[in-house]
Design a protein around this ligand. Sequence first.
Ligand SMILES: O=C(CO)[C@@H](O)[C@H](O)[C@H](O)[C@H](O)COP(=O)(O)O
Ligand SMILES: [Zn+2]
Length: 200
Amino acid sequence: MDLITRVTHQFDESIAAKQQATEELAGPIAEAIELMVGALTNGSKVLACGNGGSAADCQHFAAELVGRFERERPGLAAIALTTDTSALTAIGNDYSFNEVYSKQVAAIGQPGDVLLAITTSGNSKNITLAIEAAHQREMQVVALTGKGGGQVTNLLQENDIHICVPHNRTARIQEIHLLSIHCICDGIDLVLLGEENDED
Ligand SMILES: O=C(CO)[C@@H](O)[C@H](O)[C@H](O)[C@H](O)COP(=O)(O)O
Ligand SMILES: [Zn+2]
């Protein structure tokens, strides 16, 4: 297969994955928007955790809330738990890598905050422990997963939200996670600011 054909195939697969996921994910994404707007307008915050590409997604999301997405508005309270290398290395070194997020959630999380937990497999131990820590802190969880949701599926509680991408390939799942994050940012702005007018 030549490279042009290979790249074209990746695009085709990504487009098809997104089309197949739309109907299943629009509902939980809308619920996540409502949950986060409620928390953010009530003085609470969103904490985000994930590994690898999903760590980058956490930072991407937090930057769009704290800074801005597409429209001007006051900054919104979001923290990526993936960025403090001193906390990550100290907890990883002194306890275990499994606890790098759960310890931060326990320390920083408050009742009413939301945990955005991002894992394509649903099985990363530091993410499942972070979800348990969030529940202990009386925080609701928005889980972005794929591959059936793995262990995260069994951990989520009734008032949590599961955005589970119906795909088995990590790259395709991550691409739909990023789209979901942009939908959440767009939806938060819509609820807070109303429909765009010509001046926006
Ligand atoms: O971006 C990629 C693969 O596309 C990787 O960096 C990937 O995020 C890492 O292997 C993660 O450790 C996978 O963890 P998870 O999504 O299963 O929780
Ligand atoms: Zn990736």
